[in-house]
Design a protein around this ligand. Structure first.
Ligand code: G3H
Ligand code: 13P
Ligand code: ZN
Length: 339
């Protein structure tokens, strides 16, 4: 069942974070749905409610144009039929104004991100406000971004612009946006930190104090870039020297400070890369795409189960279902109090 991110945030706020996972193809889609229902090997496996979780599917502009946006949308529609127990939001990741309008008009997305974080503050407000008005008219919710993620040098915040708490409060008030992505030390990709840096909890705390109570924050660039998967890639011929990510132990403390959506893309790519490299290394005579595909779908489902456990969303699916039954589904009212 497709719901808005607002519905999911209402249940999670302050307790746990919802995993927002990017997809590009069939195998990722199947692994993602299986993992979030606690199924590993087969679609037909019984749902394991102790491991099942609500989740967000993210589609980037790159993913939309990889083949054709309609192909991805059709995959998600099919997955919704194959896995009727799943509860998830469909979200445009890092949208331009044009991409947001396309997704709003499509009638398929329940949530869009307008990313005008590279613009001046006033322009970011202006563009975000326009998108919010169009989206809200169709009961679609909007995420925006304030501040700039980027590469981080040891103890030096390079091109990064951490989110200013006072600006965050003003931005939310002037745009009427539903959630806000903040820059608190993370960056996209597999090379986030050169030393022992981590999240700037001091900044996050100040942001949470400055903005309206229970307003959901989003953390981009949150892959943990697990050493185990990087090592497997490198042992199978890859060259990912010095890859590093966010410490998974920092997810829940961030969730307690209002981070309700945690974006993961790179980790899924690492799992994909390791499995395929190992397959080509270990079975050089094989030229069939299905054997590595099958192994990947299972490995990805298992990875999602693990990820949800560190985000705290594991076992929360039935609670979300109950909440939706009581409070109504898609478009679901105030994220903060359920009204
Ligand atoms: O934040 C960006 C996501 O990782 C999407 O990456 O644009 O290469 O699909 P992509
Ligand atoms: P990672 O590169 O850390 O997976 O971040 C993904 C992301 O922020 C998608 O919007
Ligand atoms: Zn991002």
């Amino acid at each position: 069942m497709i719901v808005t991110t607002k519905d999911l945030f209402r249940h999670a706020y302050g307790k746990y974070a919802i995993g927002a996972y990017n997809i590009n193809n069939l195998e990722q889609t199947v692994g993602l749905f299986r993992g979030n229902l606690g199924k590993k090997a087969k679609n037909e496996d019984p749902i394991d409610s102790s491991q099942s979780a609500p989740f967000i599917i993210q589609i980037s502009r790159g993913a939309r144009s990889y083949s054709d946006k309609r192909m991805l949308e059709a995959l998600i529609r099919a997955a919704d039929e194959v896995f009727p127990e799943a509860i998830f939001a469909v979200h445009l990741d890092h949208g331009t104004e044009e991409a947001c309008y396309d997704c709003i008009d499509s009638g398929f997305y329940s949530s869009v991100m307008i990313d005008a974080s590279h613009e001046e503050f006033a322009k970011n407000i202006e563009v975000t406000k326009k998108v919010v008005e169009k989206a809200h008219a169709k009961n679609i919710v909007v995420e925006a971004e304030l501040g700039q993620l980027g590469g981080v040098e040891e103890d030096v915040v390079g091109s990064v612009k951490l989110t200013d708490p006072a600006q965050a409060a003003e931005f939310i008030e002037k745009t009427n946006v539903d959630s806000l992505a903040v820059a608190i030390g993370t960056s996209h990709g597999a090379f986030k930190f050169t030393g022992k840096q981590g999240l700037h909890f001091d900044v996050l705390e100040k942001i949470q104090k400055a903005i309206p109570k229970n307003f959901p924050l989003v953390m981009h660039g949150s892959s943990s870039v697990p050493h185990e998967w990087v090592e497997r890639i490198n042992n199978a011929g890859g060259k990912l020297k010095d890859a590093s990510g966010v410490d998974e132990k920092q997810y829940l403390p961030a969730a307690k400070l209002g981070v309700t959506k945690i974006n993961i893309d790179t980790d899924g790519r690492l799992v994909w890369c390791a499995i395929h490299r190992e397959q080509f290394r270990d079975d050089p005579a094989n030229f069939d795409l299905r054997p590595p595909g099958k192994i990947f779908m299972q490995a990805y489902a298992e990875y999602i189960i693990h990820k949800n456990s560190v985000l705290g969303s594991t076992g929360q699916l039935e609670g979300v279902r109950e909440m939706l039954k009581k409070g109504g589904g898609k478009t679901g009212g105030c994220c903060c109090c359920g009204h």
